[in-house]
Design a protein around this ligand. Structure first.
Ligand code: NOJ
Length: 746
């Protein structure tokens, strides 16, 4: 029972809270007045300058346009923000140039801080596999702390694009396929980056991207067209964006794709009607790299002049490295094609963030070399990266409990092209550093076992080429060891932007190496390293154990060694479905039933099936094993019926029935059996990650309210309809252990 709080204390707390809210409102009024005063002094060129963003020269994250007048432009007040400039010294130097401009308006410095800054954390898809929102928030917060100490004000993250297509290389940057899990992760990341609010020196602006539906590119080819129903957009693709906006994200980025015939950058529907209108977003929208001018290639605008007009009209506030605004907006205003009020609104949005960041008080407060040195070498950050990495590793198979490795193991053959790679552990979208050191699997094992276990190594083959010249040595090395640990997968450069793949096999001859090693008869553990779901049917059937390790960052090898030896018991669950073959894509757990569902695998004639393989995936959303075992029992719903304004309480017992302490993700799915718009057969609506000692039990409670039962009707109204709901609780979307039903009544 909660302790009783005295009434006077409640009043004091309320007064305290109100005065905090009032203080915020007061600050906002002050900021708006300062913006008014500044705007009154600005020329049209200076206003347009605030909407112009250029890239720095040391790092390119897109096709750079040669620009010799960049610094001159900054000095003239013709640039509002720079991306790809980082470090206390460099940002200070460039900021000093901005302060030579007439109105001395400071620049905002932005960078893709996607999964760590100096300390590399696991790629975002890997972190999503942890289903651990605190860990994900912490990872974003550490990235923000490091980046903010290095002169940065803004990260182009989180990427919240739902994707059901692992051919798309950018699945690595998101949180997978599910709108519910994706929304919670989006919120956690925004909170992590923005911490206690802009203005604190450990907080940077989040930029929620890519608005919208970029993850649904046809055939998984990057930048490709998106064509989808409004239902799909609102139910599946928009929820994480809404969650991020509600979490207070400072900025949004639009996207390269067109959506139903309109490029997102030129879409008033997305940016004005939904984001700034319906959702009341007060931050600013930056275009993606050159996406304003790319509307010409889309066939939407005749030239950059028209593209700039469409983009500003649609609500794209800042032009990233596109040169379309700086070259055309003034003429558009003079030609009366663009109302100056549109430009004023965009400029206000940008200036508001500069004030909130405190840049007008001290333009250099983020560019502090002493703080940078201290924060970037903080050993706590590596420890956190290791913890998050451990939580991200998914145990896909563990035949005969070959894992964890016994502490008495005498020799391990460490094999494979990724076994000694530190660099690949960075994954895509990692910030480059000179003398960067990431712990490889081999090094992690060395750190763990020292001389107590004999570690031998053979590369076996490379990641992509077809030579099998190293197979004999690898087989010989395996023969002389107690157990084989093989590291195969993709290189870090095979997933990320513009890294779509038509074949999702493990590249090169790596699976043939697995076949050769299998012939030794030694227990074989495969560490699969990749930025997306790969297809590895031979390995799935023939390895004794498989750990899907994605790309785990700075501490990768140490985290993997801890998992291999059972010092961390795997607890991750797949945030995305793994297909058996590319032909199943798009494949996702929350599908509809169809009129001809397959009920019996032996009866597929005239059914919605493939004749050459089952519909089911290789590994389902929500799947992941542990070294221990759990049972789920005693499902109880506190009442069989629920009114729209009521709530249902659902409880069940989780017991750790194995020999190791560990965490289980208890997943709750619902199916609205009959509705005016058909519903998926399963939708994740809640989950809890529960840690239990061996033998321990715990009651798990979920609360179901109207929100979890609502959906968009045929007119896109968010409604609840009375009827029967099936409730399912399990430890994977394809492993439901407890089932019941309830009725929603008027
Ligand atoms: C293009 C990418 O699509 C976007 O995600 C990124 O933030 C920008 N380039 C800047 O690097």
């Amino acid at each position: 029972m909660l302790p009783k709080i005295p009434f006077t204390l409640v009043c004091l707390l309320l007064v305290g809270q109100l005065s905090f809210a009032q203080q915020k409102a007061k600050d906002n009024v002050v900021i708006e007045k300062k913006i008014d005063a500044l705007m009154a002094k600005m020329t049209i060129e200076e206003k347009i300058g605030q909407l112009n963003q250029y890239t720095g020269d040391r790092l390119a994250t897109g096709p750079v346009t040669a620009n010799s007048t960049k610094f001159q432009d900054i000095k003239m007040g013709r640039v509002g923000s720079m991306l790809n400039v980082r470090g206390a010294a460099d940002t200070r130097m460039v900021q000093e140039i901005a302060l030579q401009s007439r109105l001395k308006i400071p620049l905002i410095f932005g960078l893709d801080v996607i999964h760590g800054y100096r300390t590399h954390f696991p790629i975002p898809l890997a972190e999503a596999a942890s289903w651990d929102l605190d860990a994900i928030e912490l990872s974003a917060h550490i990235a923000a702390t490091e980046a903010a100490a290095s002169g940065l004000h803004w990260t182009f993250a989180p990427m919240v694009d739902i994707s059901r297509d692992p051919r798309w290389g950018r699945v690595m940057e998101g949180a997978g396929e599910d709108p519910y899990l994706g929304s919670l992760i989006a919120r956690a990341r925004v909170h992590g980056f923005q911490g206690n609010g802009l203005g604190n020196t450990d907080a940077i602006m989040a930029c929620v991207k890519h608005f919208a539906a970029y993850g649904a590119a046809i055939a998984g080819r990057d930048y490709n067209t998106v064509d989808m129903s409004e239902h799909m957009l609102w139910e599946t693709y928009l929820p994480p964006f809404k969650a991020a906006a509600d979490a207070g994200a400072a900025t949004f980025m639009n996207s390269f794709n067109e959506l139903n015939g309109i490029p997102a950058t030129g879409s008033s529907y997305l940016q004005r009607d939904i984001l700034k209108g319906k959702w009341g977003f007060t931050g600013f929208v930056v275009s993606d790299w050159g996406s304003v001018r790319e509307m010409v290639a889309h066939g939407f605008a005749r030239n950059n002049y028209e593209a700039a007009k469409y983009a500003i009209t649609a609500g794209s506030d800042m032009d990233m490295e596109g040169h379309a605004y700086i070259d055309n907006l003034k003429k558009l205003v003079n030609d009366k094609k663009v109302d100056i009020a549109l430009i004023d609104d965009a400029v206000r949005r940008v200036l508001r963030k500069k004030f909130e960041l405190g840049l007008f008080d001290d333009p250099f407060r983020f560019s502090d070399a002493a703080r940078e040195t201290k924060v970037l070498s903080d050993p706590k950050n590596k420890i956190a990266a290791r913890t998050v990495a451990e939580k991200s590793i998914v145990l896909l198979k563990n035949q005969n409990q070959v894992l964890p490795l016994s502490k008495t193991t005498k020799s391990i053959a460490v094999i494979g092209p990724l076994a000694k790679s530190g660099d690949d552990m960075k994954g895509g979208w990692a910030v480059p550093w000179e003398n960067d050191h990431l712990v490889s699997l081999y090094e992690g094992l060395m750190n763990k076992v020292g001389n107590s276990v004999k570690l031998t190594y053979a590369q076996g083959c490379s990641i992509t080429d077809s030579s099998k010249a190293g197979f004999a040595e690898a087989v010989e090395t395996a023969r002389n060891a107690d157990v084989i640990v093989v590291a195969i997968g993709e290189s870090a450069y095979m997933a990320g932007e513009a890294k779509s793949r038509a074949n999702l096999n493990v590249p090169g001859v790596q699976e043939e190496l697995i076949k050769a090693l299998k012939a030794t008869g030694k227990p074989m553990i495969v560490m699969m390293m990749a930025g997306r779901p790969l297809i590895f049917n031979y390995t799935a059937q023939n390895a004794d154990a498989i750990l899907y390790t994605w790309w785990l960052g700075t501490e990768a090898g140490n985290a993997m060694a801890n998992v291999l030896f059972g010092d961390y018991n795997p607890s991750a669950k797949l945030p995305i479905t793994f297909p058996r073959a590319e032909g199943q894509i798009p494949i996702f757990y929350n599908a509809k039933n169809t009129g001809r569902p397959v009920k019996d695998l032996n009866d597929i004639v005239y059914k919605s099936a493939y004749i050459d393989m089952p519909n089911s995936p290789a590994y389902a959303f929500g799947y992941g094993l542990s070294y221990t075992t759990f049972t789920l029992t005693d499902l109880k719903i506190n009442q069989p019926k629920m009114t729209k304004d009521g709530k249902l309480q659902v409880t069940c017992m989780l017991k750790n029935t194995g020999n190791y302490a560990g965490a289980q993700v208890v997943q709750l799915y619902l199916h609205d059996l009959v509705a005016s718009v058909t519903r998926p057969v399963k939708e994740l609506k809640d989950f809890q990650k529960v840690f239990l000692q061996a033998g321990e039990s715990k009651e798990v409670t979920f609360v179901i309210d109207k929100e979890k039962l609502s959906f968009y009707d045929s007119k896109l109204n968010w409604i609840t309809e009375p009827g029967e709901f099936k409730l399912m609780i399990g430890d994977a979307s394809d492993h439901i252990v407890l089932e019941s039903s309830f009725e929603l009544i008027d």
